[in-house]
Design a protein around this ligand. Structure first.
Ligand code: ZN
Length: 235
């Protein structure tokens, strides 16, 4: 059984990745990175998802990217609200965190090498957030090359692989895949700007795409919204 390190953010995409990795027969170790994201609720969601989907071990690593800021998720920059899905594909949004996926994959690689794992699984997706440069297939292939060059395991011949199973799926496709593989999306959290109790805002890009995805997939949306909020599109 191949071992895999699965990056788990607590969101819908990474939960789907874990369900996919399990379905591949990988022995899954999950990694959540506390990079200083505004909301602890994501880390709690990651723990719930890891437990529910039978991860062998779940770890949290703190690397505080607020030291550099530069993103609406790590600095005092407003999270964009009420944007149409068509608008989101244009340009690189304020929620882009500088070099985040490079940092996260590097941490996953370090743990994978320690574990003797050859598989790394992450939720990069080129469809919904086409504006994120570190979500492109070229980026994933480049990181895979780096992983083989940069590690003792790679130098000794290990075929390290980086899987991005969601790369070409839209949100509805991701939801259908995860639902078929037993992911429980009521455990996940996607909102960039939740209230203190973790209720979703219904208006940020993540909320808009998530709500639209459930609608298009024809699957009831289990998201817990903040009091008085109805998700965009259903108003
Ligand atoms: Zn939101």
């Amino acid at each position: 059984m191949e071992r895999a390190v699965v990056l788990l953010s607590g969101g819908l995409d990474s939960a789907t990745c874990l369900a996919w990795a399990r379905a591949q027969g990988f022995a899954c170790h999950t990694l959540a990175v506390d990079y200083g994201q505004r909301h602890r609720v994501e880390l709690e969601a990651a723990r719930r998802v890891a437990r529910a989907l039978g991860a062998l071990e779940h770890r949290e690593v703190a690397v505080d990217l607020r030291a550099f800021g530069g993103s609406a998720l790590t600095a005092a920059i407003a999270v964009p609200k009420d944007r149409a899905a068509s608008e989101m594909g244009r340009g690189i949004p304020a929620t882009y965190v500088p070099a985040r996926n490079t940092v996260l994959l590097a941490l996953a690689l370090a743990w994978a090498e320690t574990l003797g794992a050859t598989e790394i699984v992450a939720g990069m997706n080129a469809v919904d957030f086409s504006g994120y440069p570190d979500c492109r297939p070229e980026f994933v292939r480049a990181f895979e090359s780096l992983a083989r060059l940069a590690t003792r395991a790679g130098a000794e011949g290990a075929e390290l692989r980086v899987h991005a199973p969601l790369m070409q799926l839209d949100k509805a496709g991701i939801i259908r895949l995860g639902a078929a593989l037993g992911a429980d999306y009521s455990l996940t959290h996607s909102c960039y700007d939740p209230d203190e109790g973790g209720g979703a805002c219904g208006r940020c890009d993540a909320c808009v795409l998530r709500a639209q995805g459930f609608r298009e997939a024809g699957i009831p949306d289990p998201t817990r919204y903040a009091a008085g909020v109805t998700p965009a599109g259903s108003r």
